[in-house]
Design a protein around this ligand. Structure first.
Ligand code: B12
Length: 139
């Protein structure tokens, strides 16, 4: 039997923008991933609990309203504390309020322990490419 990589997705914080979440869930399922979708307004501990419960390979967070950074400071450390050092952490969407250079915004999330960050990406293809690469490396 082929092992399906398990992913937790959701929109973090007080963020009710749902469209990207639906697009992402559909795209990832079509790409044959096993997706647990927390939907909108998901809190950091929801991602952590779901990842532990489902023995997830990766957590893919969306932030659309620009408040993402305030919610994710402790996330990598929380997974490390649970012994889940190798879980992949991705974040994408509108990752800052206002206009800032993409590299600057993305690097601030990488410094917080994310494996990949995507500020206003033009397409989801890059996510599928990176996920396929990183999941092979992490197993
Ligand atoms: C529709 C909409 C709303 C609707 C949401 C309805 C709903 N249930 O979804 C309503 C009217 C309710 C709303 C409310 C608000 N909104 Co609004 N909204 C929009 C709007 C017009 C479209 C969003 C959308 O659905 N786009 C389509 C989806 C497919 O695209 P997306 O969300 O941008 O996501 C793309 C990428 O971000 C990426 N992506 C997302 N997640 C991930 C994850 C990964 C890993 C990857 C790789 C990619 C990725 O993929 C998508 C496709 O490329 C945008 C402006 C715009 N034109 O984008 C503003 C916008 C997102 N809203 C904004 C704001 C500020 C708000 C409010 C705070 C306004 C207010 N003061 O009340 C509230 C939020 C309240 C809350 N608690 O969240 C801002 C965010 C500003 C920022 N981040 O810099 C925007 C950008 C408008 C603006 N230009 O200022 N909004």
């Amino acid at each position: 039997m082929t092992y399906l990589s398990r992913l937790i997705i959701g929109v973090i914080g007080n963020d009710i923008h749902v469209v990207a979440n639906r697009v992402l869930a559909r795209g990832l399922r079509q790409a044959k991933y096993d997706v647990c979708n927390l939907g909108v307004s998901a809190l950091p501990h929801d991602f952590i609990a779901a990842a532990v419960e489902h023995e997830a390979d990766a957590v893919i967070i969306s932030s659309i309203n620009g408040e993402g950074e305030t919610w994710v400071h402790e996330l990598r450390q929380s997974f490390n504390n649970l012994g889940r050092h190798s879980i992949l952490l991705y974040i994408g969407g509108n990752l800052a309020i206002g206009d800032h250079p993409r590299e600057e915004v993305e690097s601030s999330y990488l410094k917080l322990g994310f494996d990949r960050a995507y500020h206003r990406p033009s397409s989801l293809d890059i996510l599928l490419e990176h996920l396929a690469l990183d999941l092979v490396k992490s197993k």
